[in-house]
Design a protein around this ligand. Structure first.
Ligand code: NAD
Ligand code: UFG
Length: 339
């Protein structure tokens, strides 16, 4: 069985991906410094898959500690989720974000090369398309100017990994541009567990629904969209997780450099999400229209055709399932993992 190194595997998307890797017959080793996650997520995944998971609490920038893992295990490929991801915080703490995301990746990739594991899947983001409103985005859409350090780290790391693959064709580099992951594993055992006040729409909605917050603030209703609120391409985290297994299959075929949008191709507005959540779950989500949030764009959704055709991957779950599973997780875990 092939062993995959999963960085950031205790996090939201990483933990869901572990289950899909197990379903697909891969072994894996997880490295995470738990800066934005809890060891509880690993325990829950162990419960779901009925196996214990080799876990190392290591910061990617700790070269020595990370190298020990490579000495101990032989990796076939790496799925690299580890990184800091809060847009607003990245504006306040640029140095921390650049250092964590860039240096962490440099140390990791250098060790992958040293130990001749030249297969990497990188968590990129639709944010690399910048502030362009020309939707849907295809992989050929121009990369835009990211307005924040978080987005810049994603865009720059895409360039770094592309240059690496250009310089040495033995590398397989798959850059996955995620759109807006929401939802949770249907068991309700794992899900998104943000620290403090959620920045993102769905965790905010679930916290209002569960009574932790009074009202959702809807950031602007005067955008040029069907109902005036922002439109995004929400994707079920389980579908997203399966996209990584499809990317591993592409690596088996020696894909070289591959860049893929992982989205559904459907755009939903903030109010579509609120109304669908209320309908499928039978709960109410009071909201208040607020001013626009700085840096937001009207519409962002994907054309996922390239991933459909080349990876044989397609998002299967719709907005109703996303809303149902997000609520199932929140209801069962009102305090998240209680970090
Ligand atoms: P997450 O914060 O839940 O998971 C990231 C994990 O990386 C956390 O467990 C954190 O503790 C760990 N980590 C961070 N820095 C580390 C370091 N230096 N060493 C070791 N571990 C470290 O985030 P997520 O939502 O699961 O996102 C996973 C990846 O996908 C991230 O790279 C993120 O930027 C990217 N992404 C996320 C979204 C989204 O909306 N969730 C969208 C696009 C891209
Ligand atoms: N929104 C609200 N109220 C909230 C939170 C969000 O109205 O309390 C709105 C936003 O204005 C936006 C939509 O809901 O129209 C989605 O907002 P999110 O914060 O959930 O997601 P974003 O699309 O702004 O950002 C996400 C990730 C970023 C990533 C970006 C592009 O959080 O990391 O997608 O991929 F960069």
């Amino acid at each position: 069985m092939k062993t995959i190194l999963v960085t950031g595997g205790a996090g939201y998307i990483g933990s869901h991906t572990l289950i899909e890797l197990d379903n697909a017959g891969y072994n894996f080793v997880v490295v995470d410094n738990l800066v934005n996650s809890s060891i509880e997520s690993i325990k829950r995944v162990e419960k779901i898959i009925g196996k214990s998971i080799p876990f190392y609490k290591v910061d990617l920038r700790d070269t020595k500690a990370l190298e020990n893992l490579f000495v101990k295990h032989q990796f076939h490929a790496c799925i690299h989720f580890a990184g800091l991801k809060a847009v607003g915080e990245s504006i306040q703490k640029p140095l921390e974000y650049y250092h964590n995301n860039m240096t962490g990746t440099f140390v990791l990739v250098d060790l992958l090369r040293k130990f001749n594991c030249k297969n990497i899947i990188f968590s990129s983001s639709a944010t690399v398309y910048g502030n362009s409103d020309v939707v849907p985005y295809t992989e050929d859409s121009p990369k835009g100017n990211c307005t924040n350090p978080y987005g810049k780290t994603k865009s720059m790391l895409e360039e770094v990994l592309t240059d690496l693959q250009n310089a040495d064709q033995n590398w397989n580099v798959v850059l996955l541009r995620y759109f807006n992951p929401i939802g949770a594993h249907p068991s309700g055992e794992i899900g998104e567990s943000p620290n403090g006040i959620p920045n993102n729409l769905m965790p905010y909605i679930t916290q209002v629904a569960v009574g932790k917050r009074e009202k959702l603030g809807v950031f602007g209703n005067d955008y040029n969209t069907p109902d005036g609120t922002g439109v995004r391409d929400y994707i079920h985290v389980v579908d997203l997780a399966k996209g990584h297994v499809a990317a591993l299959a592409a690596i088996e075929r020696n894909c070289g450099l591959g860049i893929y949008n992982l989205g559904t191709g459907c755009g939903y507005s903030v109010l579509d999400v609120v109304k669908t959540f209320e309908k499928v779950n039978g709960v109410s989500v009071p909201y208040l229209i607020m001013p626009r949030r700085a840096g937001d764009i009207a519409m962002c959704y994907s054309n996922p055709q390239k991933a459909n055709e080349e990876l044989g991957w397609r998002a299967e779950l719709g907005l109703e399932e996303m809303c149902r599973d997000s609520w199932n997780w929140q209801k069962k875990n009102p305090e998240g993992y209680e970090k």
